[in-house]
Write a protein that binds this ligand. Structure first.
Ligand SMILES: NC(=O)c1ccc[n+]([C@@H]2O[C@H](COP(=O)([O-])OP(=O)(O)OC[C@H]3O[C@@H](n4cnc5c(N)ncnc54)[C@H](OP(=O)(O)O)[C@@H]3O)[C@@H](O)[C@H]2O)c1
Length: 304
């Protein structure tokens, strides 16, 4: 197949492109450098020939409290990116299936995180704008499908982890931040202070497992599908496993309750995923964390 991937240089995009190339597909990976999607005509030079699939991963965001401080910029940049991609898809590549990425923070905290609730209620305040741009992406695909008959799948990932994360100083997803802090505690004797009380719960999916599920489900018609592990753990649990793997005393980890923690609990309903892929097995947390820690520890520059 001929496949275009926006966000092909990102944490997820690199893994997805490698897997698609490994399956023998012709893949065109885009980034902000070779195709700035905030520009209306950016995709015009990729219009030669028909694509079978477009994986739309590009988004402007970071983890931690980034969304809290960049709400206006996120609205403009992500709306431009998504509108330009959807407009080009409908006008130039209507035969291609659009496969896009949503976010678990689009779910309202008082609703079950099940697909039928994706547009129900209000997303958490600190992530509201980012969440709404993802909802609008989904609404846009629904609208284009309804009027023009184009096909899409919208995947909602829980937090992804694994080797190969960004080490360029941007805000990290919590698990990378935990690993970095605990490794620095072990190697440099720095105090390990984690955000919140440590009882907030999170769900993780190993990035290779996520890529496998996405590829397996890319031919679904006009569906929204959560991809999560279906099980969440406290930050204290994650910290305990990492301390044990790194050889650091978990008792010396302290918690700063004045810092931003986001939602108290985040766990996707995976009923639909399990019904579509009944044999699906995810990498056990201990193995996935072990591989991620090894990757971090290979190069001390990654710990800066
Ligand atoms: N990672 C997770 O845990 C997670 C969880 C839920 C949802 N998602 C979603 O999954 C997708 C991929 O996530 P990720 O972690 O791989 O993100 P990422 O590492 O931050 O990568 C973002 C990608 O978007 C590209 N991009 C940003 N601004 C752009 C612009 N103006 N024009 C063109 N490309 C632009 C970046 O290009 P450059 O390399 O040039 O900057 C990069 O390739 C995103 O839509 C994200 O919302 C991820």
């Amino acid at each position: 197949m001929r496949i275009l991937v926006t966000g092909g240089t990102g944490f997820l995009g690199k893994r997805l492109c490698a897997a698609l190339v490994g399956q023998g597909h012709a893949v065109v990976p885009l980034s902000s450098k070779n195709c700035n999607l905030t520009q209306p005509m950016a995709l015009s030079r990729y219009s030669d020939g028909a694509y079978d699939r477009i994986y739309h991963l590009a988004a402007w965001t970071q983890a931690g409290d980034f969304c809290l401080h960049h709400a206006g910029e996120q609205w403009i940049i992500n709306q431009l990116i998504n509108t330009n991609v959807l407009e080009w898809w409908q006008r130039c590549q209507p035969q291609a299936r659009m496969i896009s990425m949503g976010t678990s923070c689009a779910y309202a905290p008082d609703q079950e995180m099940a697909e039928e609730n994706y547009l129900v209620g209000m997303p958490i305040d600190s992530l509201y704008t980012y969440a709404m741009t993802k909802r609008m992406l989904y609404v846009g695909m629904q609208a284009l499908s309804k009027q023009f008959g184009v096909k899409y799948v919208h995947f909602v990932p829980s937090t992804l982890y694994g080797p190969g994360y960004h080490t360029d100083g941007r805000q990290m997803h919590f698990v990378f931040d935990l690993i970095r802090k605990i490794l620095r505690g072990k190697l440099y004797g720095e105090p390990v202070v984690l955000w919140g009380d440590g009882y907030q719960k999170r769900e993780l999916v190993y990035v290779e497992d996520f890529v496998g599920s996405v590829i397996a489900l890319s031919d679904r018609d006009n569906e929204l599908i959560n991809i999560g592990a279906g099980q969440e753990f406290t930050i204290r649990h994650f910290a305990g496993v990492i301390c044990q793997k790194v050889g650091f005393d978990a008792e010396s980890v302290t918690y700063d309750t004045s810092r931003y923690v986001g939602a108290r609990s985040k766990c996707l309903s995976v009923r639909r995923l399990r019904s579509l892929l009944p044999g699906l097995e995810f990498t056990p947390l201990e193995h996935g964390l072990g591989r991620t820690i090894e990757w971090f520890a290979e190069d001390r520059a990654r710990l800066q």
